[in-house]
Design a protein around this ligand. Structure first.
Ligand code: ADP
Ligand code: MG
Ligand code: MG
Length: 951
């Protein structure tokens, strides 16, 4: 194999830095697993073509690209022959100081020989040379991996042979210069230095064009002589930058390229991507080596990228683009603007017909929308890749419903086809139709990511990130519920370097690039609002401004983009609720007739058929409750009563209660609060229309209700007619060093039983009132923070006493439960005892995570990012439940609780209740329901249905 070129050494250094952050235990485990399996098999190379070793189900071993190339061969699609080097070799490579298993070389040689036999060409041959492409391919397609090397096998001799053989020197030299350029860049690392504005190879091309022609001339117009000169200059550039000659032996070229693919697995971009999508580094990448077919032999050739259906909005239409006389990379690179596939019908009707046939075949076979790459060589179509197409939530929904109607998939598959964590996109606002009609669009582009986004524009990823962080800080300072101002990332076109900025931005706008451009791809994947290829948008990076038809926008100015229609607007456009929200919540009839709404309702209906767990909501007001019920919640899983004490005059009564010195005074203050609570509960019960409501008693430490500035303390003193000093000292008295673990939860109700008594009475009186109105009421009183059975027993007495009184006074029979939250480890560990007294458990996984990990959620911002970087935790444990640790506490409590009481009702009301990955876990441990915020309810319903279908 090739000796290490300096460019590669640099990559190694980079990768080592990254490798240090990998999780040692898992890596060791992966290592031994690989050692075992390779020892058994020892097969590192899988051929495809005339004989095909692999198939589509072997993605872990062959990578997505390799497995599907094999599958396409199996179903008789025209695929150039080749072989796949397995992902196990990648893992081996990193576990063995970047070396290969000894058996690899011979297997690769056999692989090359098989290609040679099928193509009747030979690597390095001076009459009929074989050229190959070297392509990376992880289990899932992954931006950040090495770019494909095309035309490998060319050198000063084979290029002449190719020219002679094809009778097309222009083509041969075009291939050669592309190869030196790509290989020099990707494998040898001849790339833009920090002080350079352009890629060095591009600079060489520009200079030559300038010297010999004019700058605007297209690459396709360069003469054979120009191309020859380019090769000479490219090689000189390589020599100058790398200090070594460009490798001429095809075998050295091949080994160098294979090493670079494996090396790219640990580059920064790949690592960032894996982190975002939770892809373990142990997966590794495969390498595909494949005979070249040529899209650049003339006007009967070309290459393109297509989808079997429209991945932005879901329409059933052949969707994609192609370039005449071009090799694959050109389509994506944005050097020339591709044409829509429909054009191909006119220009190459036969090839178009063949592609149509392939499009049908692909969907019939894979039963899902495919994203495929093809090349046409002298009128003959070749397939180079296929995979399940990335799609927006809107397209996913339409695909799933349409394919069910077409009998391609059954309803369960249709449910699985909708990614639960993307579903919220469908509820995101759209632009207010009347506003949009008034505002004139200043530019149009491709609608690449549906939805509406409005924000301040930034032209660079770093500045977009900073601005988004700043906006978030400002929103946080404003207080709960205020959404941060949006950021729009505006670029000529995006590249993987922009990923962070794209993640931070609300929406993405590009001036160049089509459906297969990087921006469109990322938008589909991340569900970002995106308009791409809006040619009227002129971006000036230097001046940090954007000009559209004479109108200037500086960084920080507002723009709005409509990713559903592909329109760009100046300024801040008003948004309106999505058709689904409008239909469900506002009862908007027009919205209910839209296809989007009807498809959504169908999906939700299927979810109800599939699900075992039910979905409740966390709501404290009748309005929230109503919304959640409209979204399909079947009850309240958590009603936080403390929120009810902040509104209007209530806070005064609350403060009076807290400041009271005697039981009498406290009871007097509580009596003022009672009617408020009763009314709140009655409203909620009515909104619930017979569904159950889990009501949690007062939970936060009392000082949270007290004024903390001198001014506000003085104010309160005046209102209550006491001395300011008295208030001050009571506040001091209530101060705690660690409020999260202090005087809160059931400790309050035990210290001041009259508080619980008031709350219980308010619940039961409200229940009695609403029940008399003819509405069923099912209160479930929940005592927070219980760690000892005795705690619950003390509160039970108070609750039952109030129930007896109210039932007697109002002459009603009330149907209620009393249970507890499980949110401290002791509660989980002694669940068998606690279950003797509890009718139900609800896992408060927020606090259970805090107390179980000994980690304060509100303080974790300062160290969690480091923890994620080191892969100490794979996810934020406050967003996705830590299954091995906290999950175990849940499992213990479930087992012990049900051992005591088989019919114990079990639910979860932490943030995790709306997180699809956590919901999957809750299905596995057998909870009865999950509870989440109202707008998360559809997501949870989908996730719960999918979890049930998976088990
Ligand atoms: P990516 O993973 O970025 O999609 P690919 O490995 O699919 O990269 O390669 C990109 C493009 O290179 C392909 O779409 C195709 O046009 C071209 N290409 C790859 N291999 C070959 C080949 N053997 N013959 C012709 N073109 C190829
Ligand atoms: Mg590809
Ligand atoms: Mg709690």
């Amino acid at each position: 194999m090739a000796k290490k070129a300096p460019g590669k050494v640099r990559r190694v250094a980079k990768a080592n830095k990254a490798a240090k952050t990998a999780k040692p235990a898992t890596r060791a485990a992966a290592k031994s697993a690989v050692a075992r399996s390779t020892a058994k098999r020892g097969k590192f190379v899988y051929q495809f073509g005339k004989t095909t070793d692999g198939n589509g189900s072997m993605k872990p071993l062959l990578g997505g690209k390799g497995a599907n190339l094999a599958e396409m061969c199996r179903i008789g699609l025209p695929v150039p022959p080749g072989f796949t080097i397995t992902t196990e070799v990648c893992t081996y490579y990193y576990d063995h100081k970047r070396s290969y298993p000894p058996a690899l070389k011979a297997q690769m040689q056999a692989g090359i020989a098989a290609i040679e036999k099928q193509t009747k060409k030979k690597l390095g041959d001076l009459k009929n040379p074989l050229l190959v492409s070297v392509r990376s391919g992880a289990r899932d397609s992954m931006p950040g991996m090495m770019d494909t090397i095309l035309n490998l096998g060319l050198n000063d001799q084979t290029v002449e042979a190719l020219a002679k053989k094809t009778g097309n020197p222009r083509f041969a030299w075009d291939c050669y210069r592309r190869f030196v350029q790509m290989y020099g860049d990707v494998v040898l690392g001849v790339q833009k230095r920090p002080d350079e504005d352009h890629e060095p190879f591009e600079t060489v091309i520009e200079t030559l064009k300038h010297e010999r022609h004019h700058e605007g001339i297209e690459d396709t117009k360069l003469s054979v002589d120009d191309l020859k000169e380019l090769v000479v200059r490219f090689k000189a550039l390589v020599k100058e930058r790398v200090g070594k000659s460009f490798p001429s032996s095809p075998w050295d070229q091949l080994m160098g390229a294979v090493g670079a693919v494996f090396g790219s697995w640990m580059n920064d971009r790949a690592i960032v991507y894996r982190r975002k999508y939770n892809i373990p580094s142990e997966w590794g990448t495969a390498v595909n080596v494949q005979a070249m077919v040529y899209g650049n032999t003339g006007d009967e050739s070309g290459s393109g990228v297509a989808f079997t259906r429209n991945p932005a909005n879901g329409t059933k239409e052949f969707y994609g683009e192609f370039l005449i006389n071009a090799q694959g990379e050109d389509v994506v690179a944005g050097v020339r603007t591709p044409e829509p596939v429909a054009e191909l019908k006119k220009q190459m009707p036969k090839a178009y017909g063949e592609l149509e046939r392939i499009r049908q075949r692909l969907e019939k076979h894979f039963k899902d929308v495919q994203d495929f790459e093809f090349t046409i060589e002298d009128g003959v179509v070749y397939m180079l890749q296929t995979r399940n197409g990335k799609r927006t939530a809107m397209a996913a929904l339409k695909f799933s419903i349409d394919m069910f109607k077409e009998k391609l998939i059954d309803w369960k598959t249709a449910v699985m086809r909708n990614p639960a964590d993307q579903l919220e996109q469908l509820l995101a606002p759209v632009f207010d139709a009347s506003e949009a009609a008034k505002a004139k669009a200043i530019a149009t582009g491709l609608p690449a990511g549906p939805g509406a986004a409005t924000g301040r524009i930034y032209l660079n990823a770093d500045r977009a990130v900073t601005a988004a962080e700043q906006a978030q800080k400002e929103a946080d300072a404003k207080g709960h519920g205020s959404t941060p101002e949006g950021v729009l990332l505006v670029r000529v076109e995006t590249s993987p370097e922009d990923l962070r900025g794209m993640i931070a931005a609300e929406g993405i706008l590009t001036a160049r690039g089509g459906v297969s451009s990087h921006a469109a791809l990322v938008a589909r994947q991340m569900g970002k609002v995106c308009v791409c290829g809006a040619a009227a948008v002129e971006v000036d990076y230097q001046a940090r401004k954007v000009t559209v038809d004479g109108q200037v926008f500086n960084e920080g100015d507002w723009m709005s983009i409509d990713g559903t229609a592909g329109k760009v607007y100046a300024g801040r456009l008003k948004t309106a609720p999505s058709e689904i929200v409008a239909g469900l919540i506002d009862g908007d009839e027009a919205a209910r007739k839209t296809e989007k709404f009807r498809n959504f309702q169908q999906l939700m209906k299927w979810c109800d058929q599939a699900t075992r767990m039910s979905v409740r909501t966390n709501a404290d007001t009748p309005e929230q409750t109503q919304n959640a019920i409209a979204f399909g919640a079947v009850g309240i899983g958590l009603c936080r009563t403390e929120h009810m004490f902040f509104e209007g005059d209530r806070i005064d009564a609350m403060r009076e209660m807290i400041l009271a010195e005697t039981l009498e005074d406290r009871k007097a203050a509580l009596a003022k609060l009672l009617p408020y609570q009763r009314e709140d509960f009655a409203g909620i019960f009515r909104a619930l229309k017979g569904h159950p409501a889990t009501i949690r008693f007062l939970d936060p430490p009392l000082h949270e209700f007290l004024p903390n500035t001198q001014e506000s303390q003085a104010d309160l003193a005046k209102k209550l007619g006491v001395a300011p000093a008295a208030i001050h000292s009571r506040v001091e008295q209530l101060h705690e060093f660690n409020p999260m673990l202090g005087f809160r939860g059931c400790r309050l109700g035990i210290g001041y039983p009259e508080i619980s008594a008031m709350q219980a009475r308010a619940v039961f009186e409200a229940a009695a009132i609403v029940q008399k109105e003819g509405v069923k009421v099912k209160p479930e009183i929940m005592i927070p923070l219980v760690g000892f059975k005795k705690e619950l027993d003390l509160q039970l007495e108070v609750v039952h006493q109030a129930a007896r009184e109210v039932q007697a006074e109002r002459k009603v029979k009330l149907d209620y439960l009393v249970g507890t939250m499980i949110e401290v480890p002791r509660g989980a560990l002694t669940a068998d005892e606690i279950a003797q007294s509890a009718d139900f458990f609800s896992f408060g996984t927020n606090d259970l995570t805090q107390t179980g990990l000994g980690m304060s959620r509100d303080d974790s911002g300062s160290f969690l990012p480091t923890y994620t970087a080191h892969e100490i935790v794979k996810n934020n444990p406050f967003a996705t439940i830590d299954q091995t640790g906290i999950g175990q506490l849940v499992e213990i409590a479930v087992a012990k609780g049900r051992a005591t009481k088989a019919n114990l009702k079990l639910g979860i009301c932490g943030e995790h209740g709306g997180d699809p990955a956590s919901i999957q876990f809750f299905e596995k441990v057998g909870l009865d329901y999950v509870s989440c915020s109202p707008y998360r309810v559809p997501v949870a319903r989908l996730a719960a249905a999918q979890a049930a279908l998976r088990t």
